[in-house]
Design a binder for this molecule. Structure first.
Ligand SMILES: Cc1ncc(C[n+]2csc(CCOP(=O)(O)OP(=O)(O)O)c2C)c(N)n1
Ligand SMILES: [Mg+2]
Length: 530
C-alpha cells in the first residue's frame, strides 16, 4: 500500500477503520473511486438494482446490528432515489451513511451531467449533510460522519464528493483508529429522582419502550428497571423482544387497557407520535401522568440504569398486573378464531400463525406491507430484540428486500423471513436478482390478497367506495422470483403453508412463497393510522 491515495481510498479506509464490512451500492461513474477503494480495503460490495434498495439495505444493516449501515450512490438520480430511505432512517433514528457522487466542482453551475446540489434536498432528511471539499479532508470527514450517525440521537448522515475531489490524492492519515460515538451528557439526577418517586408511588404504572432503548443498547437496564420496580412493559418499534413474550411483566394485547388505566406512564426512547395517540386521551387516561425520557435529555442507557437502581424493591402491584394479564389472555384467545381459520383462500392471520410456528426462535422477521404486516405485528412476538424489523413511522413500502438482504448478510446463520404484502412486493421485486447474484437466501412470504388492503378496507368503510385500491388477483410472484433464479412456491390452502416453507428454506436460494389470501379478511383495526 502506498502512503497516499485518492479520496475514494481514504473514505474506504475510514469505513474499514470504523468496522464497516459491507457497502451497498449501484454503479455510476461519479462513485468509482469509492468502489475501487472499498475493493482495495476488502469491504464487501453488494450491488443492487435500485438505489432505494441500497439505502434501505444500509438502514436495515443498522437496525439489525446497531452499526452504521453504508450505501454509495451516484450523483443526481442516485441520490434522489435514496431519499425515501434517508427519511425512513430519520424517522427511526437509524444510523446510516449515504455517500453520494457529485458533479465536478471545477465546472459547478455549468450544467455537468447529473449536476445537482444534493445538500439542498437531503438536509431536512439527515442529521448532517456535507460536501467533501478536498482529498486531504476525506478520511477525517468520513470518520466524523460515521461518528455523528452513532452519537446522541442516532440517525442518517450524508456526504457527497465532487468527482474532481474524489480523484484527488492525499496522504494516508497517521492514526486510523475510529472515533468513539458520544452517547450524550450524563442525565439529570434530580429529574430522575423525581421520576423514580412517581413510579414508586404509582398504583397503575406502565412503561412504554421504543427504539431509543435499542439504539442506546439499554435492553438489560430496561429489564432491570421493570423487574426491580414491578412495572408492566409495552414495547414498540425496535424495542420489540426486549422482554420475551412469556415474561410476567410483558404485555402486548393489553396495551389499550394498560395505557388508558395507567396513573404514571414512563415513555422510554419512544416518541409521543401517532402510535401513542400523541400522548393524548382516549389512548392515555385523562389523568395519566406521562413522563418521557429520551436521548435528547442525556445518555439514555445511564438514565435507565440509575432509574432501575432507584425503583428497585417498589411495591409489587399484584392486582394491576393480574388485571392486565387477564385482558391479555382474553385478547389472545379471541385471536384464535382467526389464526385457526381453515378457509381457502387463506386467512392472513392463519398464514402468520403458521409462519410463527415454523420460524426459529432467533429468526429475523422483516415486515413490508399493509394489513398483512399488521396481522404479523399483532401475532408474532420475538424472544429477543433485533429480530423484528419494520419501516417504522415513515412506513415506506418497498423497504423489505433491502432490509432482509442486509439482515441475512449481517446474520448469515439465521433464518430471515420477509413478510410482504403483494402491493409491497412490487416496489423492489428486482432485488431478488440481487439476492440470487450475491447468494443471499432470504425467504419471502407474500400475503397475496390481490388488493392494497390497508387502503381498500378503510376507504370503503369511510368513503363508501374504494378507488385505485385493487391489484391483479392471484398474480404469480413466485414465478417472478423463479425467473430471476430463485425458488418459488404457490400456496392456495392452509395445510400447504408449512411444507412450502420447508422446501423454500431447504432450497438454499432466495425464495418466494406466494400465498393466496382472502381479500375480505379485514384487519380488525381500532383506529385510522394518520
Ligand atoms: C411508498 C408507499 N406508498 C404508499 C403507501 C400507502 N400504503 C400503506 S399500506 C398500503 C397497502 C399495502 O398493500 P399490500 O402490500 O398489498 O398489503 P395489504 O394491506 O394488502 O396486506 C399502501 C398503499 C405507503 N405506505 N408507502
Ligand atoms: Mg395486498
Amino acid at each position: 500500500m502506498s502512503d497516499s491515495g485518492n479520496a475514494g481510498e481514504l473514505v474506504a479506509l475510514a469505513l474499514k477503520s470504523a468496522g464497516v464490512s459491507h457497502l451497498f451500492t449501484l454503479n455510476g461513474g461519479h462513485i468509482w473511486p469509492v468502489l475501487m477503494g472499498a475493493t482495495e480495503h476488502r469491504i464487501r460490495i453488494v450491488d443492487v438494482r435500485h438505489e432505494q434498495s441500497a439505502a434501505f439495505a444500509a438502514e436495515g444493516w443498522a437496525k439489525v446490528t446497531r452499526e452504521v449501515g453504508v450505501a454509495a450512490v451516484t450523483a443526481g438520480p442516485g441520490v434522489t432515489n435514496s431519499t425515501s430511505a434517508l427519511a425512513q432512517a430519520l424517522g427511526s433514528d437509524s444510523p446510516m451513511f449515504v455517500i453520494g457522487g457529485r458533479a465536478p466542482m471545477a465546472r459547478w453551475g455549468m450544467g455537468s451531467l447529473q449536476e445537482m446540489d444534493h445538500l439542498e434536498v437531503v438536509r431536512s432528511l439527515t442529521k448532517k449533510a456535507v460536501t467533501l471539499e478536498s482529498a486531504d479532508a476525506a478520511f477525517a470527514t468520513a470518520a466524523e460522519c460515521l461518528r455523528t450517525a452513532l452519537s446522541r440521537r442516532t440517525g442518517p448522515v450524508f456526504m457527497d464528493i465532487p468527482i474532481d475531489v474524489f480523484f484527488g490524492a492525499a496522504d494516508y492519515p497517521e492514526a486510523t483508529e475510529h472515533l468513539t460515538p458520544d452517547p450524550g451528557p450524563p442525565p439529570d439526577h434530580v429529574a430522575l429522582d423525581e421520576t423514580a418517586r412517581a413510579l414508586r408511588a404509582a398504583e397503575h404504572p406502565v412503561v412504554v419502550a421504543g427504539g431509543g432503548v435499542w439504539w442506546a443498547r439499554a435492553e438489560e437496564e430496561l429489564s432491570a428497571l421493570v423487574e426491580g420496580g414491578s412495572l408492566p412493559l409495552l414495547v414498540n418499534g425496535m424495542a420489540r423482544g426486549m422482554l420475551p413474550p412469556s415474561h410476567p411483566l410483558f404485555f402486548s394485547r393489553a396495551r389499550s387497557r394498560a395505557l388508558r388505566e395507567s396513573d404514571v406512564a414512563l415513555v422510554l426512547g419512544a416518541r409521543l407520535d401517532f402510535r401513542l395517540n400523541f400522548g393524548q386521551p382516549p389512548v392515555f387516561g385523562d389523568d395519566t401522568r406521562i413522563i418521557r425520557l429520551d436521548v435528547d435529555s442525556g445518555d439514555l442507557k445511564t438514565a435507565i440504569r440509575w432509574l432501575a437502581q432507584a425503583v428497585a424493591g417498589a411495591p409489587q402491584r399484584e392486582g394491576w398486573i393480574a388485571a392486565l394479564r387477564e385482558t391479555e389472555t382474553a385478547a389472545r384467545k379471541r385471536d384464535q378464531a382467526m389464526t385457526a381459520s381453515d378457509s381457502s383462500p387463506v386467512h392472513p392471520a392463519r398464514l402468520i400463525a403458521e409462519i410463527d410456528r415454523f420460524a426459529d426462535p432467533d429468526a429475523i422477521v422483516v415486515g413490508d406491507g399493509g394489513d398483512f404486516v399488521s396481522f404479523a405485528g399483532r401475532l408474532i412476538e420475538r424472544q429477543q430484540p433485533g429480530l423484528w424489523i419494520d419501516p417504522g413511522p415513515f412506513g415506506c413500502l418497498g423497504s423489505g428486500p433491502g432490509y432482509a438482504m442486509a439482515a441475512r448478510l449481517a446474520r448469515p446463520d439465521r433464518q430471515v423471513i420477509l413478510l410482504s404484502g403483494d402491493g409491497a412486493f412490487g416496489f423492489s421485486a428486482m432485488e431478488f436478482d440481487t439476492m440470487v447474484r450475491h447468494r443471499i437466501p432470504v425467504v419471502c412470504v407474500v400475503g397475496n390478497n390481490g388488493i392494497w388492503a390497508l387502503e381498500k378496507h378503510p376507504m370503503r368503510s369511510m368513503l363508501g367506495v374504494s378507488v385505485a385500491a385493487d391489484l391483479g388477483p392471484g398474480t404469480r410472484y413466485d414465478r417472478v422470483v423463479e425467473a430471476l433464479g430463485g425458488h418459488g412456491e404457490l400456496v392456495e390452502r392452509p395445510e400447504g403453508i408449512r411444507p412450502a416453507l420447508e422446501r423454500a428454506f431447504k432450497s438454499g436460494l432466495p425464495a418466494c412463497v406466494n400465498v393466496i389470501c382472502d381479500p375480505d379478511a379485514e384487519y380488525p383495526r381500532s383506529s385510522v393510522l394518520m
